[in-house]
Ligand binder design. Structure first.
Ligand code: PLP
Length: 397
């Protein structure tokens, strides 16, 4: 049961995580942790979340056997956990509903966040509209230009959108900008972190809210196949969809688990975001984890074709799972991602998010090395509507 007790009371997964923040903020994070631990035990909170997952998000999301994709690879049978079918089109709604409900419960006046691909922004703006609480989203200008449909949706949903023009003008700087706003009134504001990152208790809370994915998948897979999958695969940016799928299987030693990072233009170039593959230990955004950083410990600019994966840190539990070798981390480059995006679209009629296409790409490679008696369960973390125009232009379709 070692994994179920993580993190420890100070928010550590082994040496990673914790709270690298000023004392005033630590008091507030501890209060969030206490409220969370108290409210999560109550039937009212659990029922509310359970009902919203069912009637609002559309859970359980199905498991789908990708027959044509499997046949084309000529090896293992590939199954998809269809988080792309959730309301708002990705896994992020799972933790946004939890965070918005908690903020409301704590009497906060405004929910704040950053967004990369815009998926967290849309999911959070959706959850805040539903719960009835003000929402403010910070987003890099490059991402705003690239993810136009999500930007429009956020405006329609009634959140305040703040464009971030400094630094890389992507996710990392959006985090800094949103955090500065949060510091103006952390007693009344709630910073809804978009992945299993940030200071304790966020890596734990976001994981817990996402763990519904793996609990469902484990039960669905057993009911269908009479055994567990041989492999799991999920893309890793901050790492929330991956922790969501992996958590229910961590104690199943026979299940091999793979996290797929973005290799961007290549691991031998500066243009990637393969934090676990090439990073070193350090601190970022209030916690300890592997980082892509320069000699002084400043985050390096990172890049991926998938905006939702270009983050120079990564969730602390992933760092721990890498060190103890419970999860293997690999990287897939932009070209392999695009190939998988098109292959899944053409063979299965499912257009994946570019983020999710990284996991599909690795699965395609892995499947070829296995037999049809073996199975791979992939988390299809989101759908690709937001990426369709970008890919069509890139490929000249
Ligand atoms: C945001 C996003 C990701 C990356 O976030 P994680 O926290 O690593 O899961 C992956 N897939 C989709 C569809 C996303 O929107």
């Amino acid at each position: 049961m070692q994994f179920l007790e993580m993190p420890d009371k100070d928010g550590f997964f082994g040496e990673y995580g914790g709270q690298i923040i000023p004392p005033e903020l630590k008091a507030i994070m501890d209060e969030i942790n206490d409220s969370y631990e108290q409210v999560r035990q109550t039937a009212v909170f659990q029922d509310e979340l359970k009902n919203l997952y069912a009637d609002y998000v559309g859970r359980p999301s199905p498991i789908y056997f990708a027959k044509r994709l499997s046949e084309q690879q000529g090896g293992a049978r590939i199954f998809l956990k269809r988080e792309d079918l959730n309301h708002t089109g990705a896994h992020k709604i799972n933790h946004c509903l939890g965070e918005a409900l908690l903020a409301k419960h704590m009497g906060k006046t405004k929910v704040l966040a950053e967004t990369g691909a815009g998926q967290h922004g849309v999911a959070l703006a959706t959850a805040c509209a539903l719960v009835g609480i003000d929402c403010e989203i910070h987003m890099g200008e490059i991402d705003i230009a690239k993810e136009h449909p999500n930007v429009t949706k956020m405006k329609i949903l009634g959140c305040k959108l703040v464009p971030v023009g400094r630094g890389t003008r992507t996710l990392k700087d959006a985090v800094d900008s949103a955090f500065e706003e949060y510091l103006k009134d952390p007693v009344n504001f709630f910073y809804a972190i978009g992945s299993v990152v940030g200071p304790h208790p966020f890596p734990k809370m976001v994981r817990d809210f996402q763990s519904i994915v793996g609990r469902e998948a484990r039960e669905q897979f057993l009911a269908r196949e009479g055994k567990l999958p041989d492999y799991l695969a999920a893309c890793v940016g901050g790492g929330s969809n991956a922790m969501g799928l992996f958590t229910a299987f961590l104690e199943d030693e026979a299940v091999r688990i793979i996290g797929v990072e973005p290799a961007g233009l290549g691991l031998n170039t500066p243009d990637h975001a393969a934090t676990l593959t090439l990073g070193s230990k350090g601190a970022i955004h209030g916690f300890k984890c592997y980082n892509l950083q320069d000699g002084e410990g400043n985050p390096l600019p990172v890049y991926s074709i998938a905006s939702g994966l270009d983050y120079p840190g990564v969730g602390p539990q992933h760092c721990y799972l890498k060190d103890i070798a419970r999860v293997e981390y690999v990287a897939i480059d932009d070209q392999e991602c695009l190939d998988a995006f098109m292959t899944l679209s053409r063979l299965e009629g499912i257009i994946p998010a570019l983020e999710s296409a990284h996991a599909v790409a690795y699965t395609m490679k892995l499947a070829k090395t296995l037999t049809p008696e073996q199975t791979i369960l992939v988390n299809l973390s989101g759908r690709g509507d937001k990426d369709a125009d970008f890919v069509a232009e890139k490929l000249g379709l």
